[in-house]
Design a protein around this ligand. Structure first.
Ligand SMILES: [Zn+2]
Length: 116
């Protein structure tokens, strides 16, 4: 339905006009000639359309670094990556490894002695 001279253009029509998907009807042209509100809406919507068309395509953007991508996928899956352990938290693990190695070497030495 064409707008009355003092009815504003429908928002969908403003978007279609900004996208150049359609041309303004005679009534819309008359209204745009008289209404600063609709001209402002059309101008600002057309500016957004221009920005969108000038923006780089998503498939043309460079890929993120692997660690960033890994962090993104983990956060999407709900398992946020654990922060790297601090050196202080590593000490008990290193001590446990050394004790295990010493016990393993001691056991091997014991078996080697008994096997003779
Ligand atoms: Zn208007």
């Amino acid at each position: 339905m064409p707008p009355e001279p003092y009815d504003h253009l429908d928002g969908d029509r403003v978007v279609l006009l900004a996208l150049a998907e359609t041309t303004a009807t005679d009534a819309e042209r008359v209204h745009l000639g008289r209404c600063d509100v609709c001209v402002d809406d059309l101008t600002s919507t057309a500016a957004v359309v221009t920005l969108g068309r000038d923006a780089p395509r998503l498939d043309e953007l460079p890929p993120p670094p692997p660690r960033v991508w890994l962090s993104i996928t983990r956060s999407i899956q709900g398992t946020a990556p654990a922060p790297p352990p601090s050196p202080r938290r590593l000490l008990p693990r290193i001590a446990a490894l050394l004790i295990a190695f010493a016990l393993g070497a001691g056991t091997a030495l014991l078996f080697a002695t008994w096997a003779r």
